[in-house]
Structures are given as C-alpha cells and as structure tokens.
Design a protein around this ligand. Structure first.
Ligand SMILES: Nc1ncnc2c1ncn2[C@@H]1O[C@H](COP(=O)(O)OP(=O)(O)OP(=O)(O)O)[C@@H](O)[C@H]1O
Ligand SMILES: [Mg+2]
Length: 610
C-alpha cells in the first residue's frame, strides 16, 4: 500500500462534495428498485408501455375509417371500426391494470427506499454531514423527497410511454410525406425550454436555500417553547418576525423572477409550434392535394403530436427538476456513506496496552479554513486519567470528537496501541467508548431508559442502571422523581415531568457511565452545571474506584475536560491546549514546578477561592 491510512481517512471525509451525474444516479435508483421488487417492476414497466400503444394508433384507425367511407369500401370501414373499439377498450383495460400494478410497486418500493435512506444516514460514521450547511440543505431536501422518490419510476415509465406514442405518431406522419417530419423539428424549442426551465428554477431555489432555512429557523425560534423564555425576556419577538419576513423575501424574490422569465420563453416556443401545425395542414390539403383521409390523419396525428410532445417534455421536465434531483441526492448519500467504510479494515484492540498516541494531528472543520487543532503530538498512556485544560474555543471538545471518531483528522495519525484509528470501524470503536458530552441530549423517555440507552443491550437491566446512577452520583435526582426510574421525563408527554438543567446533566452523566468496560471514557464538562464541590467529590470517587478496581487492566483511558483546577489536579496527566496548540503536558506537580501557563492559571483560580 502506498498511501497511509490516515490520509485515506482524511480524503474520505472530504470526498463527495459534488452530486453524482443524473443519468447514472437514476440508473442506480432503478437497480435498487429492481433488487427489491424485480417482478413487480418488470410488470409495471411492460404494462405502462403496452397501455401507451392503443392511444397512439387512434389516428391510424381514423384515417382508415375516412378512407373506407370515401372510397366506399365497407370491409375497411368494419376493420377500422373494430380497431377503434379494441383500442378504446384496451386503453381502459390496460390503464386500469397498469395503475393497480404500479400502485403496488410504488408502495413496496417506498418502504424499501425509506429504510435505505435511514440506514445510509445512520451508517455515516462521522457527523460532518450534520454540521455542514451545504450537506444539511441536501439532506433536508432528500428527507422531504424520499417519500415521493417512488414517483420517479412511474415518471420514468410514463416518459418512455410518451416517447413510444411520439415515435408511432411521427411514423404515421412520415408515411404521408417526409416533409411532415419538420413538424417535430418545430417542437424542439418547446423541448429545450421545458428541460431548461426546471434547472433554472432549481438553481434559484438552491441559491436561496440558506435564506429559506433561516426563515424557517426564525419561525421556529419565534413560535416554539424552548427558546420562548429568552425570546420574551430579551424582547426580540417583533424583530424575529420582521427578520423572518426579510429572509423569506430574499428567498422568494429571485425564485419568482426566474419562474416568470422562464415561463415567457416557454410560451414563445409553443407559439412557434402552433404556427408550424397550421402550416402542415395547409401544406397537405392545398400543397400536396392529398385525399381527405390523409388530411384527417395529419389533423389527428398532428394534434396528437403537440399533446405527446407536451406530455413528453413535461414529464422529462418533471423527471429532471424533481425526481432526477432526488435520485442524485440519494446517490450522493450512498457514495458518501460508502466512502467511510472502505478504509475500516482493522479490529478494535480487546484491551489497551500502551495507550493512545497522536502524531502531528491537525484539524480544520470541513468547509472552513481555520486550524482548530494544530500539529498535536502526544501520548495518553493506558490506564491513565487525563485532564484537558484550555480556554473556551481552545479545541478541547474538538479533540474529544476526533478521539470518538466523529471526525477524521485533516492530517496526522491517531494510534490506539499500534492500530491507526482511521482504519478501525467507527461503530466497533464507539462500542468501546463511553462518556458524557458538554452538549448532551435530553432523551425524553422513562428515566430508566434515559439512562439505559447508554448501553442499549442492557437497556432494561435494573442493576446496571442503578450502578450507573451511583457512579454518576445521580441518586438524589432519581429519588426526587415521583415514580423513581419509571418516571416519564419531558413535560410534553403524558405524565411527564420536567427536571432542571443540572438534573438532566446528572442523568446524562449516568448514561455515560452505563458501559462497564470502555477502552476510552470521555467526560467533556459533564458536570459544568454542578457546583465545584460536587464535581470534585464525584471525580475523586470515580478516580479512586477506577484505580481500586484495577480498571487499568483493560487499560481504560479517561479523558476529563473541566475548567476547574481543583478537579483537574487529580488527573494523572494534564494536557494544556491554547489557541489550537499543545502548550504543556505533565502531572500537576510537574506543571506547577515548571511555572508555565498551567501554574499561572491555577494560581489565579486558587486565589479567587481563598
Ligand atoms: N461544528 C463546527 N464547525 C466549525 N467550527 C467549529 C465547530 N465546532 C467548533 N468549532 C470551532 O472550533 C474551535 C474549537 O472549539 P471547541 O468546541 O473544540 O472548543 P473547546 O475548547 O471545547 O471550548 P469550550 O471550553 O467552550 O467547550 C472554536 O473556535 C469553534 O469556533
Ligand atoms: Mg468544549
């Protein structure tokens, strides 16, 4: 292998910025449906094409009928009449059967597509797609479209059906005089404007997507409960309304302008075709002096031609503007999800012997240019409690995210013992991870499950949940709930109760302590809402227990982020970050005697408490 794994990891994270080409994406979507529902799909396709035919042959029967009447040939009249009757009946019959089969196919394929998209989103190992604006827009559109993506197949089939009708009609016209083919040429402008229209409108919409998202965000902020308190206290209600209006207009203005502009061109193109149709009828009747039956055919087929071309271009426009777009997004998500799996081929070590090593790790958030971590090289020994210290924005949480494999480093390597983290499967690595985050999520479930989801396999394991509650010192929270662990959390649910922010945080911490044997435990300011003394007591107990139970045997590394030096000083190793760089590393005593940034900050905080 020539390229190093971490480079591949980095490249994978940035891969997939462009949407894949349309036709290839649609082909993939077709293959996807065929994999799930081969028979139904074939039946739907064949029926849709068959049901297109009788309709197109109507002009032929009309001409034969006219010929039979004019030439006084009863046989021909009967044949044409039977043809007309069979055509009409077959149109109805095939259409009914075809609609039923198609509906069945669509229902089934929708279920397959929805679970496919959900699985893909969950399988993306990093969270960049949840944080980058351009990806968010893409995903939001895909989420809204997935329920209707099944229409794409119908749209595709009916497009082909219209093309078939068109082919038959053009053939009939050409049989009278090849010059009538020109009629189809005059329809080209309508095809052009119809295909060009949705693309133009779509791009105006995409350009305006951020403004649209802003408008929706402001609307939610102004109308939902969580922000309600702050919105009222600072009194920005009116301002939110006007800002929302402005954002909406910023989105709608260009979109509506592009709609009007493209509609004018489209109307002009249809005027050109209309002129040509009149010309063709005059040409056949006066110019060629053709029999009345031929004029009848031109009248019928010509008027059909305009309808078929209209339907074909309309359907193609639909396909391009909406379904094609949806399939491209889906194909993009497939590629994006797949780009993460390719390089993950190494197992997670059963236990940590040496520890985690960072070698020249740098990181820039995707889509931004500022280095948030700059060339970090350090070792976190197995079994150690490591404290991360630094000002707000120094990069502590970011470092934790890299260790949790929520992001891949932009450059450099993270090694777990000797295994590059980039080549470990994200899910397997995270199954050996535990902890609590600064921006924890409030799982509004029964308290037992709010905690239990920290180790889903033991969700209903009473003793595991109780142990986790004890480890987190959350006994008081649970004791205060009216039905203990059975209490529903979240006031919007029946019988649900609201608990305070600090209590939520303790529950989140308990959730973080659910797993018994993690290799890496991260505690990113999980106790910021608790008072310093409680935090101190909690970590003292935790560190003592970790040492007593010989958790060092599995080599667990605990990473603790805190702004409180009374807690930090307990750690075996202290890592000081400043402005994206590593400035100091060592034990409390080493750093104090060194007299650098750590001892200075420690001195300031200690003085404040004195
Ligand atoms: N999702 C993101 N996209 C872009 N930039 C980000 C993102 N998250 C964080 N940053 C930037 O990265 C820098 C480091 O953020 P980080 O959250 O790692 O800091 P921190 O040390 O944990 O700070 P705090 O003590 O406030 O928690 C900040 O300047 C922040 O603006
Ligand atoms: Mg942080």
């Amino acid at each position: 292998m020539t390229s190093s794994p971490e480079k591949e990891g980095g490249r994978a994270a940035r891969k997939g910025d462009d949407l894949p080409p349309a036709l290839r994406s649609m082909w993939r979507l077709c293959k996807l449906a065929y994999r799930h529902e081969p028979r139904l799909m074939l039946a739907a396709f064949v029926l849709s094409q068959l049901s297109a035919l009788p309709d197109a042959l109507l002009a032929l029967w009309l001409m034969l009928l006219g010929k039979g009447v004019l030439d006084n040939r009863p046989g021909l009249v009967y044949a044409a009449a039977v043809g007309l009757g069979v055509s009409a009946a077959a149109t109805w019959f095939l259409r009914t059967v075809s609609t039923r089969v198609q509906r069945r196919f669509r229902d089934k394929v929708t279920i397959a597509l929805e679970s496919h998209v959900a699985r893909l989103q969950a399988s993306v190992a990093t969270i960049a797609h949840h944080e980058r604006p351009e990806y968010l827009d893409r995903l939001a559109m895909l989420r809204n479209q997935v329920f209707v993506l099944d229409h794409m197949y119908m749209s595709l089939f009916s497009t082909l059906g219209w093309i078939l009708r068109l082919g038959v009609t053009i053939g009939l016209l050409a049989s009278i005089h090849p010059a009538l083919l020109l009629l189809a040429v005059f329809a080209v402008p309508t095809v052009l404007t119809a295909t060009w229209r949705p693309a133009i409108e779509r791009s105006a919409q995409e350009r305006g997507a951020p403004a649209n998202r802003l408008a929706r965000h402001l609307f939610t902020t102004a109308t939902t409960a969580p922000p309600g308190k702050e919105v009222r206290v600072i009194g920005i209600g009116n301002r939110l309304v006007t800002e929302r209006r402005k954002a909406w207009e910023r989105w709608y203005g260009p979109v509506s302008a592009s709609r009007i502009g493209s509609a004018v061109w489209h109307a002009l193109a249809w005027a050109v075709f209309g002129g040509a149709y009149v010309g063709a009828v005059v040409f056949v009747s006066s110019g060629l002096g053709a029999p009345a039956s031929d004029v009848l055919l031109v009248l019928a087929a010509g008027s059909r031609l305009s309808a078929y071309i209209g339907a074909t271009v309309g359907e193609i426009g639909f396909l391009r503007g909406f379904w094609m777009d949806g399939s491209r997004r889906l194909a993009w998500l497939e590629d994006y999800a797949a780009s993460f799996v390719t390089s993950a081929d190494m197992p997670v070590p059963a236990q940590m012997r040496q520890g985690i090593r960072l070698e020249h790790v740098s990181f820039t958030y995707p889509g931004t240019s500022r280095l948030v971590l700059d060339d970090l090289t350090l070792s976190l020994p197995a079994g150690a409690v490591v404290a991360l210290v630094g000002e707000n924005g120094a990069g502590k949480t970011t470092l934790v995210k890299l260790l949790a494999k929520l992001y891949e480093p932009t450059s450099g390597t993270i090694l777990v013992d000797d295994t590059p983290l980039a080549r470990v499967h994200a899910d397997r690595w995270r199954s050996r991870l535990a902890g609590a985050f600064q921006d924890f999520f409030r799982f509004e479930l029964r308290a037992r499950h709010t905690i239990g989801v920290g180790d889903v396999v033991r969700l209903d394991d009473e003793s595991a949940v109780v142990t986790a509650v004890e480890r987190a010192g959350a006994n008081d929270v649970v004791a205060g709930l009216k039905a203990g662990l059975e209490t529903q959390l979240g006031p919007t649910w029946p019988g649900g109760v609201e608990v305070s922010f600090g209590q939520w945080q303790k529950l989140a911490l308990a959730r973080g302590f659910m797993r018994d044997e993690p290799l890496l435990l991260v505690l990113d300011e999980p106790t910021a809402a608790l008072d310093a003394e409680t935090e101190h007591g909690l970590f003292e107990r935790y560190a003592a227990a970790a040492r007593r139970h010989g958790d060092g045997a599995a080599g667990r590394i605990t990473i603790l982020v805190s702004h409180r030096f009374s807690t930090v000083r307990m750690a075996d190793l202290i890592v000081v970050l400043d402005g994206a760089r590593l400035v100091e590393i060592g034990t409390h005593d080493e750093l104090m005697s060194k007299g650098g940034q750590y001892s200075e900050l420690y001195g300031i905080q200690a003085a404040a408490y004195r």
